[in-house]
Design a protein around this ligand. Sequence first.
Ligand code: ZN
Ligand code: MN
Length: 149
Amino acid sequence: MSPEEKHQFKRLEQMAAKLRAQGFRITPQRLAILKLLAGSEEHPTADNLFKRVQKDFPTTSLATVYKTLHVLKEVGEVIELGFSDASSRYDGHKPFPHPHVICTECGEILDPSPEKTCQLANHMAEQTGYDITHHRMDFFGVCPRCQTK
Ligand code: ZN
Ligand code: MN
């Protein structure tokens, strides 16, 4: 197994364990949602997850997808990136706070390496006396592909 495959497998296990602990049965549909979340680095929308799960499980409802995402978010296994002008995007691949780079043209969202993010959080804590628990850092711009359009 490659390190990435190991990571995805571990993420899948962690999400499934948390859902079970909340009293949810891991149905084949739910397992499919978890697999997509664990393996997606592109920050899918709920609708995108729904469409992909529906291919294999036509009886899946959008409500099941939302419910699963909601519970995973509550237990800290998924990050929701909400936007005022677009649907939320979800990250179950990296469930901890990290910076995002977002294309305002095509909506691509990348996870650049979060170097110095901790330093910045510590700096904010020192300056304000806050106990910083999490953060959200979005960098908006135009991706290389959209720049050539
Ligand atoms: Zn773009
Ligand atoms: Mn991310």
